[in-house]
Design a protein around this ligand. Structure first.
Ligand code: LMR
Length: 393
């Protein structure tokens, strides 16, 4: 049986982790996978997470199964964090999932279960695992233009033209904030126009919210998701706690489904729990429990928010510094968009060959499409990257 298997393409982002590890050069720079690093290159355990873990160790008396959909308190806390009452709670269903990827996977499984013929539209470009899972599940897929490589901003005319072809019942995958891989985002006015168009077309939005708190702030980053949530009869929201709580390996995410009314939400909830049972039964609990403790305790929550804000400000500072360094090194404003982008990533607009040269000649690792993880930089490496980029242009 197993000899029938074919080799699988390696994930282009995860592949970089191994390549970087094997590089013996000192001074190598990792701008690959989307993991936050502080100025010393460490991905810290956040203070509130440590405190919650300590408390949990003291008070936890059992590790028996929790609910199939995950702990109800976690689901409620996350609904609050993301939606803050934007939708009548009776219309919400949700399940705890293994990370944001688990939420995306369960969302697509739900689409397949409910509407096997529905097409899923993804932005061009998008996180490579989106099309990978869609294809794996055999779901019809279409792309809409998103990025303007010349300006480094959103190709809004192209996006509106392509989304104008969405058919009723099609699912449109939107990045709630901090677009991955480009870093270019819609403004509030554009979000309004996209919502109007998609509502008119009868689309079902699927929002991927993996970086809440990494862009313009915890509340600001949820605004687009709340706008979408309140403007459609049906919406799916896949959110991750990996980045904003820094609990990557704990695999903590949530899928929230908004149904047209409370009655439909009951059936949706049953189907979400069913999908959990089919795929992995009970979702992981440790990370979800920490998140619940932090969101439910005023002091822990305040400390978490303060540290998340430090993380965000650090990335904004690095963006500013990198844009200035690139301006000085290249004698042009070509890379000014880096300061306007939000979230962990920016797509620099370099060719594959230039990306390879940066890796081979300078030990600077970025994804092949020239996506950099801003948080992989620090005050010392910003000028190094700027000089290297200028030299390969
Ligand atoms: C990324 O895009 O680098 C992150 O979302 C990590 C991942 O799983 O790809």
């Amino acid at each position: 049986m197993l000899e029938a298997l074919k080799a699988q393409p390696q994930d282009k982002i995860l592949q970089l982790i191994a390549m970087f590890r094997e590089d013996a050069r000192t001074g190598k720079i990792d701008l690959g996978v989307g993991v936050y690093k502080d100025a010393t290159g460490l991905t810290p355990v956040m203070r509130a997470v440590k405190a919650a873990e300590k408390k949990l160790w003291e008070v936890e008396t059992t590790k028996t199964y929790t609910a199939l959909a995950g702990e109800p308190a976690y689901n409620a806390a996350m609904q609050g964090l993301i939606l803050d009452g934007a939708v009548d709670a009776a219309r919400l269903s949700s399940v705890s999932t293994p990370g944001g990827t688990g939420a995306i996977r369960q969302a697509l499984e739900l689409v397949k279960l409910a509407a096997p013929a529905a097409k899923v539209w993804i932005s061009l470009p998008t996180w490579p695992n989106h099309p990978s899972i869609i294809k794996y599940l055999g779901i019809p897929m279409a792309e809409y233009r998103y990025f303007d490589a010349v300006s480094g901003g959103v190709d809004f005319d192209g996006l509106m033209e392509d989304l104008g072809r969405v058919m009723a019942g099609d699912v449109v995958l939107l990045h709630g904030c901090c677009h991955n891989p480009t870093g270019a985002n819609l403004n509030a006015d554009q979000w309004g126009k996209v919502c109007d168009l998609l509502a008119e077309r009868g689309a079902v939005p699927l929002v991927d919210l993996a970086y809440q708190g990494f862009g313009d702030g915890l509340e600001a980053d949820a605004q687009a998701t709340r706008l979408v949530a309140s403007g459609f009869p049906e919406v799916l929201i896949a959110a991750s706690c990996s980045k904003n709580f820094g609990i990557y390996r704990e695999r903590t995410g949530i899928l929230i489904a908004i149904s047209k009314d409370a009655e439909a939400a009951v059936i949706t909830q049953q189907n979400l729990a069913f999908l959990n049972r089919q795929n992995y039964s009970f979702p992981p609990d440790h990370g979800a429990r920490l998140v619940t403790m932090i969101l439910g305790d005023a002091a822990l929550r305040a400390d978490w928010m303060a540290e998340l804000e430090e993380v965000r400000q650090n990335m904004l500072g690095l963006r500013q510094a990198l844009a200035e360094a690139l301006r000085a090194e290249t004698n042009s404003d070509r890379f000014d968009f880096v300061a306007q982008h939000r979230g962990m990533f920016s797509r620099l607009g370099l060719s594959e060959a230039q990306v390879v040269r940066l890796r081979e000649d300078y030990g600077i690792y970025m994804v092949g499409d020239s996506r950099i993880n801003i948080a992989g930089l620090n005050a010392q490496t910003v000028p190094v990257l700027a000089r290297a980029v200028a030299s390969v242009l």
